[in-house]
Design a protein around this ligand. Structure first.
Ligand code: ZN
Ligand code: ZN
Length: 348
C-alpha cells in the first residue's frame, strides 16, 4: 500500500489520528504508528490498552512511562531503520523535536506529503457504505428539524435541534460545527449560529454534516420564510444551475479543476463570478475536509470511488448568500449524488 521505495524511506511514522484509524482501525485519541514494509506498530498510552487490543490487529505497544515518540525511537533503533518518513503537515513541533532528539545515531527524518491521505482518496466498498449511512442520517435529521423552523426560532436553537436529531438517528456527533445563518448573515459562508431569531421574509442557510461510524457527510440547503423576490429567485436559480453543471462534469478521468471551472463559468455568466468566494468542493471521509480539493487550480484526476462535495455559492454583503451542497460519489461514467434531500429553495 505505502510505496516505501518510491518515497525513499525505510519506515513511515504516522501521527495524524484519522490516518492511524484508516491503517489500523484504532479510534482512540492518542497514538503514533510506525509502519515498515513488513511491520505495523501502534504506540498509545495506558488509557487505550484495552481499546487498542480490541480494535487493532497490528502490534500494540503501551509504554508505561515517557512519551510515545521515545517508544517509537526505541523501536526504530531495534529494527535498525535508517530513513524515517514523517507527516510534515500533521506532526506537532514538540513531538518532532522529541523524536529528533531520541533517534538513534545514523537514523534521519524525512518530511513527507499526504502519503496516507492519498490512499484514503479512493474509498472501499465498506467506506462507501458508511458514508451512505452518514448522508442518510444527515438528511433525515434535516427533514425532522425543518418542521419546527418558523420565524422567532433562533439560529442556535435550530443548530441544537439538528445535532440532537443526528445523534438520535445514529450519528456519534456532528461532522463540524453546524452552520445556521439567517437574513444578511447568510453572506458569511462559515457563519456560527447565534441567538438571533429568524425573521419573516428571510433567507436561512443550513450547512450540516453527520459523523457516523467515523465517516462524514456534508450538505447545505436554503430556506426562506415567506415569498422570495425576483433578485433572490434569480440568485438561487444561478447557484442551482452552477451546482448541476459541476455535478454533470464529475466523472472518472475529469480533473477537479475542470469541475470547479464548470461551476464558476455558470456563476460568471450570471454576473455572480465575484460573489463565489470559495472552491467548489472537497473530499470527505474520515475527515470532513480531505483530498482531493475541488478548486480552480487543482489538477487531481477523479477516479471511481472518490467521494467529494459539490457546493458552489454566491455571497453579497448586506443582502445574503446562497450555497447548495451535496455529497457525491465518483463513478466510472459520471457520479452518484448520495444526498437525497430536495434542492428546491424550501419555503416556510
Ligand atoms: Zn458543508
Ligand atoms: Zn463542504
Amino acid at each position: 500500500m505505502i510505496a516505501f521505495e518510491q518515497l525513499k524511506v525505510d519506515a513511515l511514522l504516522v501521527s495524524a489520528l484519522p490516518n492511524i484509524r484508516y491503517l489500523t482501525g484504532f479510534t482512540g485519541d492518542n497514538a503514533l504508528l510506525l509502519v515498515t514494509p513488513d511491520s505495523t506498530t501502534l504506540f498509545t498510552d495506558p488509557r487505550f490498552t484495552i481499546q487498542a487490543s480490541e480494535e487493532c490487529s497490528c502490534k500494540v505497544k503501551v509504554p508505561s512511562k515517557g512519551q510515545l515518540e521515545l517508544a517509537a525511537a526505541e523501536a526504530i533503533k531495534r529494527k535498525r531503520l535508517k530513513r524515517i518518513g514523517f507527516e510534515a503537515s500533521r506532526i506537532v513541533y514538540d513531538g518532532y523535536q522529541r523524536l529528533k532528539q531520541s533517534l538513534p545515531l545514523g537514523a534521519s527524518l524525512k518530511a513527507l506529503g499526504p502519503v496516507v491521505e492519498r490512499l484514503r482518496m479512493i474509498k472501499t466498498e465498506d467506506e462507501i457504505a458508511r458514508i451512505r449511512r452518514s448522508v442518510l442520517t444527515n438528511s433525515q435529521a434535516f427533514s425532522k428539524t425543518v418542521r419546527s423552523i418558523r420565524p422567532g426560532v433562533s439560529e442556535a436553537a435550530i443548530a441544537a435541534e439538528l445535532e440532537f436529531q443526528m445523534r438520535r438517528l445514529g450519528g456519534e456527533k456532528a461532522a463540524f460545527e453546524t452552520i445556521v445563518a439567517s437574513g444578511a448573515r447568510t453572506a458569511l459562508p462559515h457563519a456560527r449560529p447565534t441567538a438571533r431569531a429568524v425573521g419573516k421574509d428571510e433567507l436561512l442557510l443550513i450547512d450540516m454534516g453527520a459523523c457516523q461510524d467515523g465517516y462524514m457527510s456534508d450538505m447545505t440547503r436554503m430556506l426562506y420564510t415567506g415569498q422570495p423576490d425576483k433578485r433572490l429567485r434569480h440568485m438561487y436559480q444561478a447557484v442551482a444551475k452552477s451546482q448541476l453543471a459541476a455535478i454533470d462534469a464529475v466523472r472518472a478521468g475529469a480533473t477537479t479543476g475542470q469541475v470547479d471551472r464548470k461551476a464558476r463559468q455558470v456563476l460568471e455568466s450570471e454576473g455572480l463570478g465575484k460573489a463565489f468566494v470559495h472552491s467548489t468542493g472537497h473530499g470527505l471521509g474520515l475527515e470532513i475536509h480531505e483530498p482531493p480539493r475541488v478548486g480552480k487550480h487543482d489538477k487531481t484526476r477523479l477516479e471511481a470511488g472518490m467521494v467529494i462535495t459539490i457546493e458552489p455559492g454566491a455571497y453579497i454583503r448586506g443582502f445574503g448568500g446562497i450555497r447548495i451542497e451535496d455529497t457525491v460519489l465518483v463513478t466510472q461514467n459520471g457520479c452518484e449524488v448520495l444526498t437525497p434531500t430536495s434542492k428546491e429553495l424550501m419555503l416556510l
